[in-house]
Design a protein. Structure first.
Length: 432
């Protein structure tokens, strides 16, 4: 009870809008698909007009393309009149995108992207937007009967200096959170001993997978635990992750999808469907790439932003078993990586998603992988699982369907893919 009190006091100080927004999001769960579309259209009109009026970057950008949101925006499809922007735009035009010079917010927060792409972004998020993002997470938790202030385990990066570790332990205490700081056997045992009092686990998908492997390999008994939700975020969730996690905990691994600059994009319901956070974002899928427009953050507007992920949207009109009419992301296929360079041709890294999806569907070969290009025409294919000769042959067979004889492959199995220092990237090019 004390942690609920601490959380409420902290929220009242930092995020006073969160309570109202959470109630509003919960009420929206009963909206029809048409009502959700109308809500998005209304919010789009607001953010486009606001950005045109208060952000130098968007005003100049819109005018260069003969677009005036007060005149030229009538329906959601009119978004196509607006040019797509990239992370380079957000970084290079950072000052002009911000509206703080023209519009004063009661409070805002400094935020940073993770920098996984090699390009770190700093920006501000106004209090209303920050509260909306946190309320969206709370709503996702509510789908799994979780209260955010209850005891939880945190599986994230852990390479911290001594004093940094002390600071993080204090912060974790106030958030009723227990964190794994290393993957030593003693640390894992400490963690599993505390699981009986934990309501949910969150963290990097690969970190959760690593913990699950250790529990299963050593037959660690965690009977009697109260874990209702295990949430993986920030990384692609391989099929094999879900199998290993369920075997260890008897609980499904669910996904949360978003980015610092876009806010929460989607959250998985108890039926395994990734529902779009329609009140906060508008999504487009162009050539399998996701384009995001944030509807909430006025301090740093993000409009028609190429996030850098391959996705597949569910374009069928069907209602999920959970009752929500919020649209569904069928699959998050992975990061839009650097291109694969063959001896003669160039290929998109999306090819690897198709290859390993085929291996899973056709041959029940569910593999965790990381592809590294060290030379033109040559790829190292690192596989976490142990492979038979037949397994290696099947991988080569499927790869050759896409690359023909233009690329050579070296297959390595039983490779530890994750350094546990940050996110796991499925394709790395070292030749640029």
């Amino acid at each position: 009870m004390i942690f609920k009190f601490i959380w409420i006091i902290g929220a009242c100080i930092r995020n006073p809008s969160i309570f109202k927004l959470f109630k509003e999001l919960k009420r929206n769960e009963s909206l029809t698909a048409n009502e959700l579309n109308n809500l998005q259209l209304s919010k789009l009109k607001t953010i486009l007009k606001f950005s045109y009026t208060n952000s130098r970057f968007y005003r100049d950008n819109f005018e260069r393309h003969n677009f005036n949101p007060f005149v030229d925006f009538k329906v959601i499809d009119d978004l196509y009149k607006i040019p797509i922007i990239t992370k380079d735009d957000l970084i290079n035009h950072n000052k002009d995108i911000h509206v703080s010079n023209n519009y004063i917010f009661k409070r805002d927060f400094i935020c940073e992207s993770s920098g996984t792409s090699g390009k770190q972004l700093k920006f501000t998020r106004d209090e209303y937007s920050d509260s909306f993002n946190r309320a969206s997470i709370m709503r996702g938790y509510s789908w799994h009967d979780i209260k955010i202030w209850t005891r939880n385990g945190y599986l994230w990066g852990y390479n911290f200096e001594f004093f940094e570790k002390i600071k993080i332990r204090i912060l974790d205490f106030f958030q009723n959170r227990y964190r794994v700081f290393s993957y030593t056997e003693s640390e894992i045992k400490k963690f599993t001993n505390k699981l009986k009092n934990v309501n949910y686990l969150t963290g990097y998908s690969s970190m959760i997978f690593e913990i699950s492997k250790i529990i299963n390999k050593n037959s660690i008994n965690i009977d009697g635990h109260k874990i209702k939700m295990i949430k993986g975020t920030s990384e692609k969730i391989f099929d094999n992750y879900r199998n290993e996690v369920y075997k260890a905990f008897g609980v499904k691994l669910i996904g949360e999808y978003g980015a610092a600059e876009t806010g929460i994009i989607g959250f998985e319901c108890k039926y395994g469907k990734m529902h779009i956070n329609s009140e906060g974002v508008v999504l487009e899928e162009i050539n399998n790439e996701i384009i995001v427009t944030n509807l909430i953050n006025k301090s740093f507007p993000v409009i028609r932003y190429k996030l850098g992920d391959y996705i597949k949207l569910n374009n069928l009109e069907h209602k999920c078993e959970c009752g929500l009419n919020h649209p569904i992301i069928d699959d998050i296929l992975g990061r839009v990586g650097k291109q694969v360079k063959g001896y003669k041709n160039i290929y998109p890294s999306l090819v690897f998603y198709n290859v390993f999806k085929n291996l899973s569907k056709k041959y029940k070969l569910k593999l965790n992988y990381q592809i590294i290009q060290v030379e033109i025409g040559k790829l190292n294919v690192n596989i976490e699982q142990e492979l038979s000769l037949k397994g290696k042959s099947l991988i080569i067979f499927e790869l050759n369907k896409y690359f023909k004889k233009d690329v050579e492959f070296l297959i390595f199995d039983q490779v530890q893919l994750h350094s546990k220092k940050g996110k796991l990237v499925d394709f790395i090019s070292k030749i640029d």
